[in-house]
Design a protein around this ligand. Structure first.
Ligand code: COA
Length: 378
């Protein structure tokens, strides 16, 4: 008797794998909310630390709650000498995402509560990761350029400290605001590939560092977080707005992907793009270089007119980070420093109402057959 043909949802398209109260994407209105708050409102009315608190606790913090959260984050920023020597041992030309993945895995071995997967311990581990990731990311970047890492400054807020760690100085408030907005917009986005990876690892009973290590591996791919780097490489390859038309039609001729466009869920516009674009434009003003935003404008117009495909968040975030002065291989590690908040929120949620994630596959291989002794094969 033959089995009934199962329906295959390739890429899990259209599949609801679980419920979640962390965030909601509404493709019909191109909107995104975190715990019920529209992201664009969070960008204008709060900051990344408040949003991290919101994602982990379900409510925006009061002034006292925020102060306690910031105190804990600032107290946990230092990385160990052992981790620093691991980062020094990583080849200088390794991709920083591989270094960050290794750093998180190593932090898991050092964590004082390594074997404890209780909710309280997992929350403390998430805080340690939030605090230490910028230190590790910046150290990786500086070491790759033959520079010494800089120690975190506990007197500085999260975003200011990030610039201090990378550049040894804090830029003007407009730059900090643009960076802060990017961190809010990158923080969370429902069941994307890396978040689903983190939930799958958590569903086995594994710990926070294991889930985040796996999530970083998933985020590196160019179809996911790696697109922000690919966008900037593309803009540099094009060189300027006057060359964008010819360049993109060449891509169409070869049916190639144009990075920073398209989205699995949003088909008529990514809710995060207008806000990120506004702050990328501000960066172009601050730096006095409109070349990348103008090139982006031409590409977006042609993609919409000829392919009906809209840009995603990585499209304005790539040039924004470049204009802030970050090296291109830093872009996806910066995304990690933000998305740790969303990943951890999903790890807490998955563990609180867990069922092992284990889908089925339809077998298409050989029919069952006998194993022949080695001498009679071939
Ligand atoms: N450039 C050119 N064509 C694109 C495109 C892009 N960036 N994104 C989608 N398309 C085309 C597809 O080729 C497909 O065309 P077809 O119907 O002729 O085969 C059609 O649009 C539908 O796209 P599909 O591949 O079904 O979308 P998906 O939901 O499977 O994939 C992405 C979504 C994000 C993986 C895809 O849009 C992509 O690879 N984008 C570039 C990478 C990127 O920016 N990633 C960041 C995501 S936030």
């Amino acid at each position: 008797m033959s089995e009934a043909e199962p329906t295959i949802y390739k890429g899990l398209v259209g599949v609801y794998a679980d419920v979640s109260a962390v965030s909601k994407v509404m493709p019909e209105t191109n909107s995104l909310t975190y715990r019920g708050y529209a992201v664009q409102d969070l960008c204008e009315e709060s900051n990344f630390e408040e949003v991290a608190y919101l994602l982990w606790h379900g409510e925006l913090p009061t002034a006292a709650q925020l102060a306690a959260f910031q105190k804990e984050e600032r107290a946990n920023r230092a990385i160990s000498p052992a981790l620093l020597s691991v980062l020094r041992a990583i080849p200088k030309d390794a991709h920083p995402m591989d270094a960050v993945r290794t750093a998180v895995s190593f932090m898991g071995t050092e964590d004082p509560e390594a074997g404890d997967v209780s909710d309280a311990a997992q929350r403390r581990k998430a805080m340690r990761l939030l605090a230490k990731l910028p230190t590790a990311v910046a150290a990786t970047n500086r070491l790759s350029k033959g520079l010494e890492p800089i120690a975190p400054d506990p007197s500085l807020p999260f975003c200011e400290n990030f610039f201090h760690l990378v550049f040894g100085k804090v830029p003007q408030p407009e730059v900090i605001k643009s960076f802060d907005v990017s961190m809010i917009l990158y923080a969370e986005h429902t069941f994307n590939a890396s978040t689903f990876t983190a939930r799958t690892v958590t569903s086995t009973g594994a710990d926070m560092h294991g889930a985040i290590t796996a999530a970083i591996a998933a985020l590196k791919g160019p179809l996911h977080g790696g697109a922000n780097e690919a966008v900037m490489h593309m803009l540099k390859e094009i060189g300027g707005p006057d060359k964008a038309g010819e360049w993109i039609h060449g891509k169409f001729d070869h049916k190639a992907l144009v990075m920073g466009f398209g989205h699995r869920v949003y088909k008529s516009g990514d809710s995060r793009v207008p806000t990120m674009k506004k702050y990328a434009e501000k960066m172009a003003e601050v730096v006095g270089d409109r070349r990348w935003m103008e090139t982006s404008r031409v590409l977006a117009e042609i993609m919409l007119r000829e392919k009906k495909i809209h840009p995603n968040l990585d499209f304005p975030a790539g040039p924004a980070y470049y204009l802030m002065g970050f090296d291109i291989p830093m872009f996806t590690p910066i995304f990690v420093c933000s998305r740790i908040t969303g990943w951890a929120a999903h790890v807490f949620e998955q563990a609180a109402d867990n069922r092992l994630i284990r889908p089925l596959s339809q077998y298409t291989g050989e029919a069952q057959r006998p194993v022949k002794p080695i001498g009679s094969r071939g």
